[in-house]
Design a protein around this ligand. Sequence first.
Ligand code: FES
Length: 181
Amino acid sequence: MARTERAMTATKPAPAAHPSGDKRFKLLDRAINLHQGNGHALIEVLHTAQNVFGFLEDDVLLYIAHALKRPLSQVYGVATFYHYFRLKPAGEHTFILCQGTACYVKGAPQLQKAVEHRCRARFGETTKDGKVSLLTARCVGSCGLAPVAVVDGQMASKMSEADALARLNAWLGDDGKAGAP
Ligand code: FES
C-alpha cells in the first residue's frame, strides 16, 4: 500500500459496524449522533430504536446507555415509564385498555380481568402465539365514552366485556381454552 494511501486509511477509519453485523444499528447510530447533547436525546433515541427494532431489547438499551453515556438504570427507567415503549416484541394485534379514572370507574378493571383471562397474558405482555399485545394507557381523551380501548389503532368506545372477547376470539381463534393468567 502506498504511503499516502496508508495515511488516509489511518486518518479516516471506516465506521465500526456493530459486532452483530445488524445494519439496523447504523440507523440507531445516526439518531444518536443527531440528538447527542440535546436534552431530549434519550427519548428521541428510544423512539428511533423502537421504530427500527420493533421493541426495546436489553442489548439495545445497553447500547444506547453506552452511546449516550447515561446510566443503564436511567435508560431502563425512561423505557419502562412511558407506555409507548415496548420491552417485548409486539404482537400482530394490539389491544390498549385505557385505565384513566373515568374508564376505571366505568369498568376497566373488569375488562382487564376478562381480557387477561382470555389471552392468558397480562397487560404489558404479548400472547404466547405472538398474536396480541396487551397495553394500557392512562387516558386517551375520550372520557365521555368510557370504558375505552384502542384496538389495532381504532378507538372502541363503551366497550363491554362481550365486545372485547369477540375481538379477541376473532384474533386468537375460538379455542375455548382460556385459563387463568
Ligand atoms: S379515562 Fe379513559 S378516556 Fe379518559
